[in-house]
Design a protein around this ligand. Sequence first.
Ligand code: DOR
Ligand code: ZN
Length: 440
Amino acid sequence: MITSALVIKNGRIIDPSQGMDDTLDLLIADGKISKIQKPAEKNDKENIIEERDVPSSDRQVIDAAGLIVVPGLIDMHTHLREPGYEYKETIKTGCKAAAAGGFTSIACMANTKPVNDNPAITGIILKKAKQEGCVNVFPIGAVTLGLQGQVLTDMDALKKAGVIAVSDDGKPLSNISLAGITMGQTLRLDFPFISHCENADMVKGGVMNEGVISRSLNLRGIPAKAEESMLARDISLLESVGGILHIAHVSTAGSVRLIREAKARGITISAETAPHYFCLTDKAVKKYGAIAKVNPPLRTKADTEAIKEGLKDGTIDVIATDHAPHSRRDKDREFSLAENGIVGLETAVSLSLKLYHEGLLSLAELFRKMTINPARILKIDKGRVKAGWDADLTIIDPDAEVVVDRQKFKSKGKNTPFDGWKLRGKVVKTIVGGKIIFTG
Ligand code: DOR
Ligand code: ZN
C-alpha cells in the first residue's frame, strides 16, 4: 500500500523520448512515477488510477485538463554564481528561479570564485545544492585551472566528485594542444567538453556584434568569424582525435552551417542555443543598451533565421538558457565596461514557445530540446515520463498569455531585455521527486 501520493489527471503528456503524446493519468509515489494509464470512466472505480492503491486521505490530486505535462525541463547551461558572487545569485535563488521557469534539473558552469576546478569546490556546490536547492544541480567542472587556459584540471578527480561535463565557459580554450588532450579525456571519462567558441585574437576588445549597428553606435565589433573559426578548429580536432564535444550558445548562421555539415559527414557533435539568439538581434543593443550585452553577442536577422532553421532541422539539439545573472551595478554602466549576460531561467519557456506558436516546431520537437536531448548529452537519468523514473515533471499552459515582469523574478538577476514582453506560455507547476516546488 502506498502511503502518500500525487496524482496528475487528464493532462496531455508529451514525452519526446518515447513518442508519447496522449491524455493520460499519472500516479506518483515515493518520489517516482509509479503508474501511467488512460483516464478511466468516472464510475469505473476499479480502474481509476489512485483508487485501488492510495487511501484518499493521503493523496493530492492535480487536474491537468487543458494543460501539457512534460518531463521536468533540463537546463544544461546555467550560471549559479556561488561560491564567490553571491550578490549576483546564490545556489538557493538560482534553484528557485529554475523552479519558477519549469526547470527541474540544471547544470551549472564553473566560472565561480573560486572556479570549480577541483573536487573540493564541486563538493561544496553539491552539498549546498542538496541543502538549499529545490532542483537537481549538476556541476560542470573547469577544463583549465582558474579558467586560465594554461594547465588542465584533474578531470578524473572532478568526475569522481560529481561533475558531469567540463567547460571553461565564459572563456575560450585557445590552446589547441590542450583542446586536443581534453577531447581525448572526454572519451576516457565519458562526459562532454562544452566548448565556448571564441577566437580571442578576433574579439580584440569587441563588445557587440560587428556590423551596421556596431558601426552606427561606434562600438568595437566582434565578428561572426570569431565564433566560427574556433568552431571549425574544434570540429577538425574532433575529426582527428575523437571526443565528446558539445557547442555552447551557437549564435551565427555560419556556426549552424558548420555543425550541419559536420553532422552530415557523420561526425557526432551536439550543440545548443539560447532563446535570446532566436528572439533578438543586435538592434536590441540600440534599444536596451547593456542589458542586451551578452557573449557571444546578439547577431543579425539572418543569423536568427539560420538558428531557427537549425533548431527545425535538428542541427541544434538543445535550447539552454545561459542564465547569467548580474547585479544592477554590473550592468548599469558604460556599455563597453558592463558585464556580459542575460538572465534566462524564468523566460525560457515562454520565449521558446514562440517557436511553437510561429509554427516552426511542434510541442514534442520543442520539448525534446529541453528534456531528453540535454539528458542524453549529459548522460543523466532524467528527461522521461516512465514508470520507475524520478517524478520530475513540468506542467505548462502553452497558450496562457503572460507579461514578463522582472521584478517578480526569483533570480537575484533582473538583467533581461524581455521585461514587459507579452508572450504565450506559462509554467503552472514544477515537480521534483514527486514534490510540487513551484505553482505559477
Ligand atoms: O554573456 C555571458 N555571460 N557569456 C558568457 O560566456 C559568460 C556569462 C557569464 O558568466 O556572465
Ligand atoms: Zn555561459
